[in-house]
Design a protein around this ligand. Structure first.
Ligand SMILES: Cc1cc2nc3c(=O)[nH]c(=O)nc-3n(C[C@H](O)[C@H](O)[C@H](O)COP(=O)(O)OP(=O)(O)OC[C@H]3O[C@@H](n4cnc5c(N)ncnc54)[C@H](O)[C@@H]3O)c2cc1C
Length: 345
């Protein structure tokens, strides 16, 4: 049975890009409905609840360069949804550990990363656990078909806000040029592991006990976060997120999840200063992000900027059209929303 929805714009993907686009349309009085295959919003900014701990497995923080995004971050901060983090960032390589100071402001959702995407989703119409597998065009309107063959619509316009590698097959039957643009964007994989430890990490010689995160320049790891050192999470035990290098991840994309988790924890133990003993993990696991971050992204053109407009009301946004950060994804969706409002005016 088709579901009958009176909305004008459908947005596939409730990551930060789809949400920013939806917000811009909604705030301008347009009707919009979001679809996501996951239960809730957030995409690559989602957090995982484990027994006794919440760990961020995607983005660890976001930086701010653009004024519009800065205003958004200030809104989150005023609502208690975001806070500065990490303020104690370190770097580690064969030469040892040293404090990393570059003057850049970094923030995180509080009490978990998904707090900011949930704030964006407040008041929006979001249909979760619905993977859109096909778009159909009928009588100059769009219908979205989900994994159970339920048809949702009709809609005047469809925004596809999923990683470009996944957007291509959806738009290809209707707009081959848009699909070709998706193919040109390379989204690279990343393994992200978590480890809940039996006891706190030991004091590391020469390193402040309050260290929150470390950029690693040695072995398979690139970044390690202490989730219990993030705002609002002091009551959880030592809980690490361990992000692997993209090259390392690509080479082991189909590796066994448990084995990858063990390797990344061992890699972190190897980075600790000599003599520091690693506590035992009471929970260890890993998540494979197949489309983690754009490596080659599609630089905006004068007309379409950091998003793409296709035929018959199809449009694309997401980090792949602008750059590999949360801020890029938000800007892509925000700008597309503004463009669509202007087209309607
Ligand atoms: C491990 C990792 C670490 C990162 N670290 C950082 C960092 O520290 N700082 C930073 O700024 N950025 C970081 N990033 C990048 C940042 O997370 C992304 O750039 C940003 O979140 C992308 O947002 P998006 O909305 O474009 O895509 P996504 O967040 O991927 O949103 C797409 C949404 O579409 C949904 N979806 C996909 N296909 C379908 C379908 N067919 N039907 C319905 N729904 C669908 C997905 O479930 C998802 O919710 C990191 C990313 C990863 C993976």
């Amino acid at each position: 049975m088709p579901t009958s929805l009176p909305h004008t714009t459908a947005i596939i993907g409730a990551g930060i890009a789809g949400l920013a686009c939806a917000r811009a349309l909604h705030d301008a009085g347009r009707r919009v409905v979001l679809f996501d295959k996951a239960r809730g919003p957030g995409g690559r900014m989602s957090s995982r609840r484990l027994p006794g701990a919440v760990v961020d497995l995607g983005a660890q923080f976001f930086s701010v360069r653009d004024d519009a995004f800065r205003r958004q971050v200030e809104t989150w901060r005023a609502a208690g949804r975001a806070a500065p983090w990490p303020e104690a960032l370190w770097q580690a390589d064969e030469g040892g550990w040293r404090r990393h100071r570059d003057g850049r402001e970094r923030f995180i959702g509080s009490p978990r990363m998904s707090a900011v995407t949930r704030q964006l989703a407040d008041g929006l119409d979001l249909i979760g656990e619905t993977r859109i597998v096909r778009l159909e065009r009928q009588a100059a309107q769009w219908w979205l078909v989900d994994q159970g063959e339920t048809r949702h619509g009709p809609f005047d316009r469809v925004v596809v806000a999923v990683p470009s590698s996944q957007a291509g097959p959806l738009v290809e039957p209707h707009d081959p040029a848009l699909a070709a643009a998706c193919e040109a964007v390379i989204q690279r994989p990343c393994w992200a592991a978590w480890a809940l430890l039996d006891s706190p990490l030991p004091s590391l010689p020469g390193v402040d006990d309050a260290w929150q995160a470390v950029q690693v320049r040695q072995g398979p790891l690139r970044f390690v976060s202490r989730n219990d050192h993030k705002p609002g999470r002091a009551d959880q035990g030592e809980s690490l997120t361990l992000l692997a290098h993209l090259d390392w991840s690509q080479a082991r994309l189909e590796a066994d999840t448990d084995e990858v988790a063990r390797q990344l924890l061992a890699a972190f133990a190897a980075v600790l200063p000599a003599g520091s003993e690693m506590p035992r993990p009471r929970s260890l696991g890993a998540h494979r992000w197949r489309f983690a971050q754009p490596d080659v992204f599609a630089r905006g053109e004068a007309v379409n900027r950091d998003h793409r407009l296709g035929s018959d009301g199809l449009a694309l946004c997401g980090d792949g059209w602008r750059g590999p950060r949360v801020e890029d994804a938000w800007l892509s969706g925000h700008h597309l929303g503004g463009t669509l409002v202007a087209i309607d005016a």
